[in-house]
Design a protein around this ligand. Structure first.
Ligand code: SAM
Ligand code: SF4
Length: 330
């Protein structure tokens, strides 16, 4: 469906858990996020129901995310169930990859065709620092497992941090030289803990890569669900992408909404509030009632974020999302 600004909303990011087995410094507090009771998290039946109703409003693509989606037990079953919902054309997964090796067979046999793996550096020690204790080898095992399925589209997501050595971006980008992987650099967003960190602009990363790999061609086609712009370096198998929500604002073409693990439908990453679909479902709400709540949320999606306003005005406190990225389906 279209929102009130005429944008077509067709893509829903579904967070299946707030929990994560890593503690990336810009995403998750060292001590983890406050525990949410299992009973407060949407069940697979409830998630499937929201997705099914979403299809009647034009939602055709679902991204499973978190927290770390693979810490949720039987996640591949959910992925398979959503893939089978009539009207859903695509179910994708964003994961840190560390639990992927053990889940890949079940995911692929359930119909999963697209997986994004977040790896910010290929330096073992830096990886451990950024993730506060994570094992790069586990993430790379996940990447290798995914690449062993030729039918899977695999992307790597990296949030380049200020102070990171340029060599780290070159190493990550080099993966796209030798294999059919898209490597994407995502600009740090001032959401949750991200407010305390500075990222790197796409121009900076691109200039480093250009110096190393030569002049890239701009890729004009569309790849995936989002706002990434892609370039193609000479001799590379995969493309390099940039997603820069702050410096290259793309709100005018935003196509997404978000369902949190506790069943709140959020129209924009930066705004607090949203529709309490869990409450509606658990009070016995019918499909029409839930559809109406989804319709209103989508229709009233804000025109855009205000990330550039670092200092929120007093009268706007409460309007903006203050939770960590891992709790809002980043
Ligand atoms: N755990 C999974 C993962 O790491 O891919 C899925 C959830 S994670 C919140 C999704 C993506 O959001 C990751 O690629 C992560 O790097 C990114 N992310 C987290 N905080 C961010 C921030 N403040 N700005 C930009 N990207 C962020
Ligand atoms: Fe976990 Fe993903 Fe957040 Fe890292 S970015 S702490 S892996 S949810």
């Amino acid at each position: 469906m279209q929102d009130r600004y005429g944008r077509i909303i067709e893509y829903m990011r579904v967070s299946v858990t707030d929990r994560c087995n890593l503690r990336c410094v810009y995403c998750m507090p060292r001590e983890g996020v406050p525990g949410v009771a299992h009973s407060d998290i949407l069940t697979f039946d409830e998630i499937e129901r929201v997705c099914r109703i979403g299809t009647t409003l034009g939602i055709t693509r679902i991204k499973l995310t978190g927290g770390e989606p693979l810490v949720r037990r039987n996640l591949p079953d959910l992925a398979g169930r959503l893939t089978a919902v009539p009207g859903i054309d695509q179910v994708t997964l964003t994961t840190n990859g560390t639990l992927l090796k053990d889940n890949i067979n079940a995911l692929v046999s359930g119909g999963m065709k697209y997986i994004n793996i977040s790896i910010d550096t290929l330096d073992k020690e830096r990886y451990r620092e950024i993730t506060r204790g994570g094992s790069l080898e586990d993430a790379l095992d996940g990447l290798r497992a995914a690449l062993s399925f030729p039918e899977l589209t695999v992307k790597i997501n990296c949030v380049p941090l200020e102070g990171q050595r340029a060599e780290e971006w070159i190493r990550l980008a080099s993966i796209a030289r030798g294999s059919r992987v898209e490597v994407r650099f995502i600009e740090m967003m001032p959401v949750g803990l991200g407010r305390q960190f500075s990222g790197q602009t796409q121009e900076k990363v691109l200039s480093v890569l250009r110096e190393k790999f030569g002049e890239p061609e701009r890729y004009q086609g569309r790849l995936g669900n989002g706002p990434a712009v892609y370039v193609h370096f000479p001799g590379f198998c995969g493309r390099i992408g940039f997603i820069s929500a702050v410096s290259h604002r793309f709100c005018g073409s935003c196509n997404r909404i978000r369902l949190t693990s506790t069943g709140c439908l959020k129209p924009c990453l930066q705004y607090g509030g949203g529709a309490d679909l869990r409450g509606l479902m658990r009070q016995g709400g019918g499909d029409d009632e839930i559809r109406e709540a989804m319709y209103k949320t989508i229709y009233n999606k804000p025109a855009g974020h205000h990330f550039e306003e670092q200092n929120i005005r007093e009268d706007e406190e409460g309007k903006f999302e203050m939770k960590e990225m891992s709790r809002i389906g980043g």
